[in-house]
Design a protein around this ligand. Structure first.
Ligand code: GDP
Ligand code: MG
Length: 803
């Protein structure tokens, strides 16, 4: 039976995993392997994707993808309702076991709330004085912070580094790179790598993380593992161990484990994994000091993991074990030459990783020899190569969990999460709740908090302007300079700065929604709709924010996992009518369409969405062929976002925006001011009709004529709208001497409305797009939007003229 045919509440065991290439590898990496048990939790309200519980976490799969996986329904056998949501967890084989027995067997009964532990990782235990080999004094100790998404990486990074952070980009990709020194240890640097599930080259994040570890050779790895979900998290840890780099495991979220009466035998886990394991709670700042001590120690003394060999010679006749060891002998010299950790190279080679295959530079004969070994392994093991490796890892993890983890039957967080989910992703409640939440966010941002802050900001800018004006007058500054400063810089940058409060407020809510785990749910239930446009569910959020302001919307696309989806989303957000266009609509609707106010307003918004949809379909057919990113995703438990994380994000976003305000935007402001204030002979002009801007607008007028916008004054106001959309109306008022409605026809007014809706985003938005996509794309966006707007205005003009 196919996974897609399961009924809600069914338990099943996976038989075969189809699909191919990277997608299939991703299935396997997420724990969808033959023999794994899962339960269908629910379908998204629109019937697609599906939510499964597997290895103790919620996984989403699209129906199409689920159809590639064969499973067998498990009947009865205590899989009924009374066992609650945990029933399909982490028992990969049928032999049930009692965690309590195991626990007693090991004789460890640490009270769960105790975080410190004696053990393997204590300083000095890994090496003896005789063979210790510390790095020379003064070596910079670089750490890579690696872990699954939502494992608390950002929280830990903030705890480790405090305010010593530096934000940048990984070269070549728009993936944030943050680094900073550990508090009190200036000789260190921690790099926060993107959250990943595996070291397969699947997403750009995974490639970034793995290349960082291979190429930049950090002195040690800090691997953060979510203790409430050890099964899935350790999958990445095992691949990190293969890298042969000194490593500590930070076992995070221990507070939740303790609160729910679960426990983890830390020493047992250390012994099995061969690296120090330190229980911490990043959110509560517990265990961090101990983590730092261990991390510094293993880095300074270069204590490599004691164990990299996780294959079991007794497992299914040892097929995988023999293949792994056989191949590692065959390629040892190649791996050494390529500078690759041997064990890592072997597993990736068996998985068929093309990048590693190339790097190893094997000759034909060797390739064939290895292929024979792999085929032999597949035959003996009865699984294909990728599945066999994934199975080998999960079998080992299973052993570790059985021996060391005592799970609470059902944690409070999980119960809470599934309660919240029954409403927030419920069949009939999901979309109304979503609309309500987004409505609330917008209302609070644009009418309450953001608006109030914006008022303050505008007041401050005005006060500064007046003060500067008075100052300049007092010291008798040259008239041109005076005008440049006041009318150009202060007016222009001031307008743009007044966006800042809105952006900060929006990001505040957004980061609350993201960190709490809600955004992942939104992506889950909106996926089906967006997929029709060639996008995946995650794109909905930036697009919605686009109705508020394009700048934060573009900035919010950073969290999209696929490069293709990110680009497409950025190109579509400007079609969502932002709030700055509202004054234009209000003005013209009042003046021309008094009787059809509501229809026109709603119609404009819908027109934007409609054209956005058409544009998306067009892009799907041309620029961005292929499918939206697969939706094999984790739905994390709902958690309360940490104040520090949120504060830091707001600070970063504001800084980012301000940097742009004072570079690109400042220059654009000055240029427009210059064009507006000077005539062709570069004399200051009071008559706006003789300015260079009017001249440029005059050139544009013939182009705009077919759309009924052939007046140079209209063109001038549209150009000034590039600075900020609000200023279209004020410029028109000035140029027409307050008599716009008498001069324009209804058809021109309609065309102007449509044109303002669709034409180029304002300079702040273009600057944001430029940062994400580069100069060429941002220029293309400006031209493309103007073109679309021109065509739409042309149609609107002629339609209205008909009546
Ligand atoms: P990242 O996606 O790995 O960067 O994870 P974040 O640092 O954003 O954390 C995800 C969520 O888990 C946030 O809501 C955090 O507040 C929460 N969190 C992080 N560490 C802990 C912890 O130790 N205990 C608890 N209870 N929650 C935590
Ligand atoms: Mg994070």
């Amino acid at each position: 039976m196919k996974l897609s045919e399961m009924k809600i509440g069914d338990h099943a065991v996976i038989k075969t995993v189809g699909g191919e290439g990277a997608l299939r590898q991703h299935f396997l990496d997420m724990g969808v392997i033959p023999g794994a048990k899962l339960r269908l939790v629910k379908l998204a309200p629109l019937g697609d994707p599906m939510e499964f519980r597997i290895h103790g976490y919620e996984l989403t799969l699209r129906v199409d993808d689920a159809a590639k996986i064969e499973a067998e329904i498990l009947e009865g056998k205590g899989h009924g309702h009374h066992r609650g949501p945990e029933s399909a967890d982490h028992e990969r084989d049928d032999n049930h076991h009692d965690h309590h027995d195991h626990h007693d067997h090991h004789g460890h009964d640490d009270p769960p709330e105790k975080l410190e532990h004696p053990g393997l990782g204590e300083g000095g235990r890994f090496h003896s004085k005789a063979d210790e080999n510390p790095l020379p004094e003064g070596t910079v100790l670089s750490f890579a912070l690696v872990g699954n998404q939502n494992s608390g990486k950002t929280t830990l990074f903030n705890q480790l580094t405090g305010s010593n952070q530096h934000v940048g980009n990984f070269p070549g990709v728009t993936v944030d790179r943050k680094d900073g020194a550990i508090k009190g240890h200036p000789e260190t640097v921690v790099v926060d790598l993107p959250g990943i599930y595996s070291m397969s080259p699947y997403t750009s994040e995974e490639i970034v993380s793995r290349n960082y570890v291979i190429d930049e050779k950090p002195k040690a790895i800090i691997d953060i593992v979510d203790a409430t979900n050890v099964e899935r998290n350790l999958y990445l840890s095992m691949q990190l161990l293969e890298m042969g780099v000194p490593m500590v495991i930070a076992l995070n979220m221990m507070d939740e484990i303790a609160n729910n009466g679960g426990s983890i035998d830390i020493n047992g886990m250390e012994a099995m994994l061969g690296v120090p394991v330190i229980p911490i709670s990043a959110a509560k700042n517990q265990g961090i000091e101990e983590l730092v001590d261990h991390a510094l120690h293993i880095a300074r003394y270069q204590e490599k993991p004691l164990r990299q060999d996780f294959c079991d010679e007794n497992d299914h006749g040892g097929a995988v074990h023999r293949a792994l060891h056989g191949i590692s002998h065959l390629i040892a010299d190649h791996a050494e030459k390529a500078g690759l950790p041997l064990r890592f190279a072997v597993t990736k080679l068996i998985e068929g990783d093309p990048l590693i295959e190339k790097a190893l530079d094997l000759d034909q004969n060797e390739k064939e020899m290895i292929e024979h070994v792999i085929i032999q392994m597949e035959n003996e093991r009865g699984l294909d190569r990728s599945a066999a490796i994934a199975d080998m890892r999960f079998s080992f993890i299973d052993k570790v969990c059985r021996a060391t983890v005592r799970k609470p039957h059902e944690s409070k967080e999980q119960i809470r999460s599934s309660r919240i989910d029954s409403v927030l992703t419920g069949k009939y409640t999901a979309i109304p709740c979503f609309i309500l939440i987004m409505g609330l966010v917008f209302w609070l941002t644009f009418s309450v908090i953001g608006a109030w802050l914006q008022g303050l900001m505008e007041g401050a800018v005005e006060w500064l302007t007046v003060a500067a004006d008075a100052g300049l007058t007092a010291i008798n500054v040259n008239e041109v300079l005076h005008k440049l400063i006041i009318d150009g810089i202060f007016a222009g940058v001031g307008t743009v700065l007044s966006f800042l409060p809105i952006i900060v407020t929006l990001f505040f809510f957004l980061s609350m929604l993201e960190d709490s785990g809600y955004i992942a749910r939104v992506a889950f239930f909106m996926d089906k709709l967006l997929r029709k446009l060639g996008l995946s569910g995650r794109s909905i959020v930036p697009m919605l924010i686009g109705f508020g302001c394009t700048v934060p919307a573009v900035m919010a696309t950073r969290t999209l996992p696929s490069e293709r989806d990110r680009k497409m989303t950025i190109l579509l957000t400007p079609f969502m009518s932002c709030t700055a266009k509202l004054p234009i609509y209000a003005f013209f609707v009042d003046a021309f369409f008094e009787d059809k106010k509501a229809i026109i307003m709603v119609g404009l918004y819908l027109l934007g969405i409609l054209i956005g949809i058409l544009a998306a379909l067009l892009m799907k057919k041309t620029l961005f062929k292929g499918d939206a990113a697969p939706f094999v995703m984790e739905l994390p438990s709902y958690r309360l976002p940490g104040a520090k994380n949120v504060a830091r994000l707001l600070w970063e976003k504001s800084k980012d925006f301000l940097q742009r305000a004072f570079s690109v935007i400042l220059i654009a402001t000055i240029v427009v001011w210059f064009l507006q204030s000077f005539d062709l002979k570069f004399n200051l002009t009071e008559d706006s009709g003789s300015s260079i801007l009017a001249l440029v607008a005059g050139w544009l007028a013939p182009i705009m004529k077919p759309a009924g916008l052939g007046d140079w004054r209209i063109c001038t106001s549209l150009i000034s709208g590039f600075m900020a959309k609000e200023s279209v109306v004020s410029t028109l008022e000035i140029l027409f001497g307050g008599d716009v409605s008498a001069v324009l026809t209804t058809a021109s007014a309609g065309a102007l409305l449509v044109f303002s809706l669709l034409y180029t985003p304002c300079v702040a938005a273009v600057a944001a797009i430029r940062r994400e996509l580069g100069r060429r794309w941002s220029l293309a966006v400006v031209l493309w939007q103007c073109f679309v707007a021109w065509v739409a205005a042309l149609i609107a003009y002629n339609l209205i003229s008909l009546f």
